[in-house]
Design a protein around this ligand. Sequence first.
Ligand code: ADP
Ligand code: MG
Length: 450
Amino acid sequence: MDNKEIWQSILAQVQLSVSPAIFATWFKSTNIISIKNGEAVVAVPNYLSKEWLEQKYRKQMIGFLREFDESIREVFFQVIQAPINTQHNKNKRLAPSATTGQLDFEEFKFNKETNLNPKYKFDGFIVGLHNELAHAAAKAVAEKPGDNYNPLFIYGGVGLGKTHLLQAIGNEVSDNFKNKKVRYIPMEKLTSEIIAAIREGKIENLRTKYLDTALFIVDDIQFISGKERTQDEFFYIFNTLYNKNLQIVLSSDKAPKAIPEISDRLRSRFEGGMIADVSLPDFETRVAILKIKCQQLKISFPDDIISFIASTVQSNIRELEGVLTKFIAHTKLKNLAPTTETCKEILSSFNPKRIINPKRIIRETVNFYDLKEKDVLSESRKKEIVKPRQIIMYLLRNELNASFPFIGRKIGNKDHTTVMHAYKKISSQIKEDESLQQEINILKQKIYNS
Ligand code: ADP
Ligand code: MG
């Protein structure tokens, strides 16, 4: 395992323990320069990062590094400024430095014009019940930007594939329509651009920068909440693009209705096109995602390991990937055979609060439908009890991959054929009944976040 792989594995662990914003701000553009004589040197892009990491994360970093090399006693952060972006090094990896031989700044994989990361494509994006609608809408928009749904508004919790989908639309349009200008920007960045433009009296420049964008993608629009002046400016840009039939795609962690402190006129614009949510992937989809990630990493694991990871990490695809990376790194480093035992050991540090079990599914479902646990475990055939009972059976199967007899035992000693029937029934109903689908999605969020 080389230094680069070690660092990637450490970053994967960090990603599991800090918020996405902290990760993006302080860790994403770091890299390892060297490990020798018990000292690790880490490249950071600026002095602010250096100070911040030294003060807040030095100890934690040493801890992570020591997992790979016990001789490490200290970590130093060294500012390595990215070179000016000339035609020559555009889109190319940063040339390996003579002293380190291995710099590879993440940022350099981004296209500087569009701000897109080419790794996010439709190809490699797994479609399941949890993202079917969002995916279909994204595809439709990518085929005919400006023609189908405007704006397309995708919302859902952290790590569920919103950025991936947004960027996939951008990449596809960039590839297929060479003359269409595409821009991707996170709302936090757009906010600072707007504030700076206002302060410097250059708002016209900013407007011109965005006004001929055929596909304008703004990620995490919820950050506009409470920022009045930014909202006004965004409203202006939005309207101009919209009136020219140029495509707008937005993402948010909440539905437009639920974003606090935004003006009514902006909210109604957000609601004016297509709104699609992404929710939690079920077990089968989690397996499919892990498989495709393994394929991309050119690695293969026995099915029981994949199932084990998929059944343990349930709430977030980013974590699912993080655990997989961590597992790969550990087995490689320590030359361990990839067994479920090794996997269990590695996952033992995983926050157990997030791990759901049958008890939790039953408890949350019962609360959700305002029933008592003994009701669903009983033999009652009352409609208001039968449905939640069937939903519990469906969730036990889908989320935990539990066997039919096991589910039968958990739900008041029912026969496994009863369970199979319930599972089939809910599975087919959910495909036709959108409100049932939404109901179950909300329930799932409750189960995972309780
Ligand atoms: P969000 O923006 O919703 O927080 P991301 O788009 O950043 O989530 O997704 C987190 C990680 O999970 C990314 O690495 C992404 O590639 C991966 N991912 C999410 N959904 C899928 C999917 N359906 N298929 C494959 N990978 C996915
Ligand atoms: Mg995102």
